[in-house]
Design a protein around this ligand. Structure first.
Ligand code: ATP
Ligand code: MG
Length: 573
């Protein structure tokens, strides 16, 4: 491909609104252009990489035995109503708006395809003989993300590879465990082939539901998730899920008497601890929720935060929302900011494990403008339920005692064991050997195709630009012709270009009449793994130069055998 006949738009300046490196570099290298918040045009260079990632994903899905289908972006809302996900998804589910009850009002844009694939399975599968089966697609998803961010890492329209497996059983041959493992293994191959430094971690199953899930994470400051790892490498989990070892009982209490103290106008942990001159760790934070329609109180230490996914699991509820001031007043007979567990009965209270070992603590008095000091769990209020319901924090240890470390990361893929949530809701059943009917057991598996692209740049770039892994580089080789007015330079370049191209190597030929500095800068910026420099000076000595983008190492090849030698070099890499 000749540069002069292709469409490449590089920029010197870093765009002001781009913060993370992948976003900056994708704009500067001319891979993408934002059309509206959260939706991008892929320019030719960006599209080439996207297509290469898709090809790797497709190959590995086929290799794992998954069967490709293509489902529409437009879905009938009825299916989403039947699974209860119109409510669960909230604003993320994008809806068309029509007049009254016309087709538009009954249509949503698919953020994911569990509903559609389950309806598909219901239609075509009725016997155990047709199972197990895994379908996949690479298709556009729409999500009303509140804050599209960091270029293509989080957009409102994006490409997902989503796969869904159907089984007759959870365990045993052909069961969900096997299907899940096959996808897990395929994901490892996909991310490795894309050159991504990834780590698979235990994850929360979120609103999709189900009993096991892993996320594939890439460490980067551009991420919005936190990866929690034990220092000994034995444990890794998403912060949403990460379990912590119990806090030990410091036995530091003096069993002070329970005392009501005035704290006028002081409602937050910071305000009260400053006013009463104590550390936040001495306070019990009392958070009131509405869980599946019922009030639920969570107690955590003042310096800790409730981990809502954990709390939901422990409480066995699907929906958790903060209580409104009216409900808080009703339960505590106080304004917001003065709630505490002492004297609160008739409401379910779940205490974090760290609260159970507190002594002489401080908490709200359930009286406006007042708190209690000398609060001792067990003596002053009963803890009926306690569990690990808080977020891990620096200083915490894993269950095996190893210290935990925290790193920002981005999720590139996710595998779930779904069970029968969707087949139950939509009536997707099969008949077993004896003719009895059962819901199909399902797994679902997603990969963010665009995110792989951005994550690969996050993981591999330098001050000069992108450093593409060879497997997903838009071009494998760039030929930089210096002195383009020299016939010899152009004919040698063309010969090399044609030779490489005929051997299936993606090669970009920078045939522009530009200064060497401009060409080298652009080649570095767009990150082509191997650069061949053809110039008048080199040719006079009978050589061309080969430079590796990654380490800048240059070697000289004799012009005569340069093509063959290069092919050997590329294969060796
Ligand atoms: P996140 O927590 O980052 O929002 P998610 O849990 O909502 O991700 P899934 O529903 O599991 O994501 O979707 C499968 C994959 O699709 C994710 O692993 C991610 O790579 C990709 N993905 C999800 N949301 C977006 C988005 N808004 N933009 C780009 N890719 C996305
Ligand atoms: Mg999301």
């Amino acid at each position: 491909m000749k540069w002069s006949q292709f469409f490449i738009v590089t920029a010197k300046e870093t765009p002001a609104d781009a913060v993370v490196p992948s976003h900056q570099l994708m704009l500067r290298a001319g891979l993408i252009r934002q059309v509206v918040a959260g939706a991008y045009t892929y320019l030719p260079l960006g599209l080439r990489t996207l297509r290469k990632i898709e090809a790797i994903v497709r190959e590995e899905m086929n290799r794992a035995g998954a069967i490709e289908v293509s489902m529409p972006a437009m879905h009938p809302i009825e299916l989403w109503e039947q699974t209860g996900r119109v409510a669960a998804m909230g604003d993320v589910l994008l809806r068309l708006h029509g007049r009254g009850d016309d087709w538009r009002s009954r249509t949503v844009l698919g953020p994911t395809h569990e509903e559609i694939i389950t309806e598909h399975a219901r239609t075509y599968i009725n016997s155990y003989k047709q199972l197990p089966v895994t379908f996949y697609q690479i298709q556009t998803k729409f999500r009303g993300e509140a804050r599209p961010k960091s270029g293509v890492l989080r957009t409102r329209e994006f490409l997902m590879k989503d796969a869904y497996s159907f089984h007759t059983s959870k365990h045993g041959p052909g069961g969900l465990d096997d299907g899940y493992q096959a996808m897990y293994d395929a994901y490892c191959r996909i991310f490795a082939r894309c050159g991504l430094p990834y780590i698979a971690v235990e994850a929360d199953s979120g609103p999709i539901g189900g009993d096991a899930s892993h996320e594939f994470m890439v460490e980067t400051d551009a991420g919005e998730d936190f990866l929690v790892k034990s220092e000994d490498g034995s444990y890794a989990a998403n912060l949403e899920r990460a379990e912590v070892a119990p806090v030990e009982d410091g036995k530091d209490g003096r069993n002070a008497p329970l005392t009501v103290v005035p704290t006028p106008g002081h409602t937050t942990i910071e305000q009260v601890s400053a006013f009463l001159r104590c550390t936040p760790a001495r306070m019990i934070k009392t958070i009131i929720y509405v869980a599946d329609g019922q009030p639920l109180i969570a107690l955590v230490r003042g310096d800790h935060n409730v981990n809502e996914p954990k709390l939901k699991r422990v409480a066995g509820v699907l929906n958790l929302e903060p209580a409104d001031p009216a409900l808080i007043k009703n339960l505590t007979e106080a304004d917001v900011g003065y709630a505490g567990p002492v004297g609160l009965s008739n409401v379910r209270i779940i205490a974090d494990q760290a609260v159970t070992v507190m002594h002489d603590a401080i908490t709200g008095a359930n009286r406006t403008d007042h708190h209690l000091t000398g609060v001792n769990p067990g003596r002053d209020f009963e803890i009926k339920e306690s569990a690990d319901i808080r977020e891990a924090v620096p200083g915490d240890r894993a269950k095996n005692g190893a210290p935990l470390t925290f790193r920002k990361c981005i999720e590139v893929g996710h595998v779930f064991k779904l069970g029968t949530k969707y087949s139950d809701a939509l009536g997707a059943t099969f008949l077993d050997e004896k003719g009895a009917s059962h819901p199909m057991i399902m797994g679902c598996y997603g990969i963010g195709v665009n995110r792989i692209l951005a994550a690969a740049i996050e993981a591999s770039h330098d001050a000069n630009g992108i450093i593409w892994p060879a497997s997903i580089a838009p071009f494998r080789v760039i030929i930089c012709s210096l002195d383009t007015r020299e016939a010899d330079v152009m004919s040698t370049s063309e010969k090399l270009h044609d030779e490489l191209e005929s051997r299936g190597v993606d090669v970009l030929w920078d045939d522009r009449d530009q200064r060497p500095g401009v060409k080298f800068k652009d080649a570095d910026l767009i990150g082509i793994p191997v650069r061949i420099t053809v110039g008048k000076k080199g040719l006079a000595e009978g050589v061309v130069e080969v430079t590796t983008r990654k380490d800048g190492q240059t070697q000289r090849l004799g012009v005569a055998g340069a093509g063959v030698e290069l092919l050997r070099l590329l294969q060796g890499r």
